[in-house]
Write a protein that binds this ligand. Structure first.
Ligand code: AHR
Length: 632
């Protein structure tokens, strides 16, 4: 067994300290981690998502070889009422090659030679005779790089599936569906997934992006947002029940970040992803109000109505209780049985539920928050509720939020910091004097304004203080997590990507080094800085923790300034018998970044170091050093 540390002043650290926050912002889900390659697969885009968008956005009518006919968008006999639009092809003459539709994907479909792609489509054959169909993966210049053929059958909507193997690489391929005979056909839910999704989950995630998140070893995953959760009007509030069940029956909706949510990545997929990566799920529900920071109408489509009418709160609260039953209830319960039907009879072990996001501390908010809070506590005392204290510590909502949290004894509250690097350095002592009996803290979103090394190091310095106060700070997650380079609505982010590849930022490596080297015991006064003639300046920070499972002692030393510093580790009494340790160092010039063309510009180096050397360790300028000493 591991050796337990008996050092005066040693403090427990929350086991859930470092996690991630996922929001479908900057195409993080649709067009990002959700592996669907077809954009607008069910023809539900509309001008309410974005000006000029319509059910045929990302689609083209394809007539080749002198074929002709008409295409229309219909709603008369849909696949499902939740998925009202579909395309109808009236083909008068299929010509030599067929008539159909072509999808451009999200900025083109990236395909790899030899890889398999899973295709599916719903067709309702309206004309009498079976129709020969061909599906083609087409390269950048229209060359066919893989096909799948099938024949339609008479009757109601029917699903056809097939696998296409790409015969060449292409960065901006497209998918064409052609009918080869004169016919009338209805088409909906056209889908193409890479066969190899993350952990081979059906309706799964893009493997490289999901793996990058998994590699952070997050202890929890907050989802599905931020602002996305409360929306910009009560009709835009995220409703988890709309996002489960067969994808073609889910309710889609406008994304507050000015695009569309297919809800293909829904609550079932979020829970499964959490399980796959060993992260505790932290779903967040709106506190019965939408974003009120600009009167609830701050983007297109806001209704101006600030809260769900009180008469409808009972049913809204029931949705929150049902979420807990969906995650944890027995298969014999109404919602637990839906989880089982989806393929997961075992519970998801939900421990946390977030209520609200950066809400303005109005009576609209307070009344509704309390109603939800009381109901969840009464029915599920085992659930830890995470409340919210406004967008920034500088705003009035912050103090009001804390006052309200105190009144209700909310177990954990969510604080957000988007600040300059200097703020993170200056606030290193922020939690040292927090009143410990108060609510615990979840720093649900934080980032210094930028993706350079100096930004990342300011975050690293701050994170040492979170470890030091890991008895108060229950959880912390950098934000936002993912951004598609062609659709970035918020900067900075932790991981940038395009339709083919990704670039983890320097900030990502800081998160990874802390999370992979998290401890559960904080050891005080183990490291001091010897700055000749001066106090240690605030660009220096350090922590010492133990992972009591392995017994490993872990030192993290940050130098966010231009001069080499000297750190002295006092490790007496920690039972260290070994002479060697491992060291990972992230260092460079302050403005260094990782980019999509140079994604490994700044990555941690790995080496060995002798424990004796730690008595006087020369800390390089602009660096984070993580030293791991195994007691065994
Ligand atoms: O992380 C981006 C946004 O910042 C979140 O949606 C919101 O909670 C915050 O304002």
């Amino acid at each position: 067994g591991a050796q337990k540390i008996k050092i005066p002043g040693a403090k427990p650290i929350s086991k859930d300290l470092f996690g991630v926050f996922f929001e479908d912002l900057s195409y993080a889900a649709d067009g990002g981690m959700y592996a669907e390659l077809i954009q607008n697969r069910s023809f539900e885009y509309s001008a309410s998502d974005r000006k000029n968008w319509n059910p045929l956005t990302a689609w083209e009518y394809t007539t080749e070889g002198y074929g002709y006919g008409t295409i229309s968008v219909e709603t008369a006999k849909p696949l499902h009422p939740n998925n009202p639009h579909y395309v109808q092809l009236n083909i008068d003459d299929a010509g030599q090659q067929g008539v159909g539709i072509t999808n451009a994907g999200y900025d083109g479909i990236s395909i790899i030679a030899g890889q398999k792609y899973d295709f599916s489509i719903y067709v309702r054959q309206i004309s009498a005779n079976p129709v020969d169909m061909q599906v083609q993966l087409r390269g950048d210049k229209g060359a066919v790089y893989g096909t799948f053929s099938f024949q339609t059958q008479a009757g109601p909507w029917k699903k056809y599936t097939g696998t296409i193997t790409a015969t060449a690489n292409a960065d901006s391929a497209s998918l064409t569906v052609l009918a080869r005979q004169r016919s009338v056909l209805a088409i909906d839910e056209v889908s193409l997934f890479p066969h190899n999704t993350f952990k081979n989950e059906p309706n799964g995630l893009r493997a490289d992006l999901a793996q990058a998140v998994a590699n952070l070893q997050p202890k929890f995953l907050r989802f599905p947002g931020g602002c996305l959760v409360h929306g910009d009007g009560i009709n835009n509030i995220y409703r988890w029940k709309n996002t489960i069940g067969p994808v073609e029956r889910r309710v889609q909706q406008r994304n507050i970040w000015n695009y569309h949510q297919s809800t293909g990545l829904g609550f079932y997929e979020y829970f499964r992803f959490c399980e796959d990566i060993g992260a505790k799920p932290l779903p967040v529900v709106a506190a019965g109000v939408s974003c009120q920071n600009s009167g609830g109408t701050w983007r297109i489509g806001g209704t101006g109505q600030k809260g769900i009418p009180l008469t409808e709160m009972k049913s809204y609260i029931q949705d929150v209780l049902d979420l807990i039953e969906y995650a944890n209830g027995p298969v014999t319960s109404v919602w637990g049985s839906k989880r089982a039907t989806a393929g997961h009879p075992k519970p998801f072990n939900l421990q946390y539920v977030g209520i609200g996001n950066e809400d303005k501390q109005t009576n609209d908010f307070r009344d509704r928050f309390k109603m939800i809070y009381d109901a969840v506590r009464a029915k599920h005392p085992e659930i830890t509720i995470v409340g919210t204290v406004g967008p920034s510590p500088a705003g009035e909502d912050y103090d009001l939020g804390w006052k309200f949290a105190d009144q209700l004894s909310v177990p954990v509250v969510d604080e957000h910091f988007y600040e300059k690097p200097e703020w993170f350095l200056k606030n290193n002592n922020r939690y040292d004097s927090y009143r410990r009996p108060k609510s615990k803290v979840y720093i649900g979103e934080y980032a210094s304004w930028g993706n350079t090394l100096v930004n990342a190091l300011s975050e690293a310095a701050f994170m040492t203080s979170l470890e030091r106060n890991g008895d108060i700070v229950q959880m912390a997650s950098y934000a936002p997590l993912l951004a598609n380079l062609k659709h970035t609505s918020w900067n900075p982010n932790l991981i940038y990507f395009n339709n083919k590849t990704l670039a983890p930022t320097v900030n990502y490596y800081v998160q990874q080094l802390f999370s992979a080297n998290q401890g559960d015991v904080y050891i005080p006064n183990a490291i001091s800085f010897n700055q000749p003639g001066a106090r240690a300046d605030s660009t220096l920070a350090a922590s010492c923790v133990q992972n009591s499972k392995t017994g490993d002692i872990i030192l993290k030393i940050v130098n966010a300034g231009p001069h080499t510093a000297t750190a002295s580790a006092n490790l007496a009494g920690l039972g260290i018998a070994t002479t060697k340790a491992t060291i990972e160092v992230l260092q460079g010039q302050p403005s260094d970044k990782n980019t999509i063309d140079n994604p490994k510009n700044i990555v941690p180096s790995h080496a060995e170091i002798s424990v004796a050397q730690l008595g006087s360790y020369a800390v390089p300028p602009y660096s984070l050093s993580v030293i791991r000493i195994s007691l065994k």
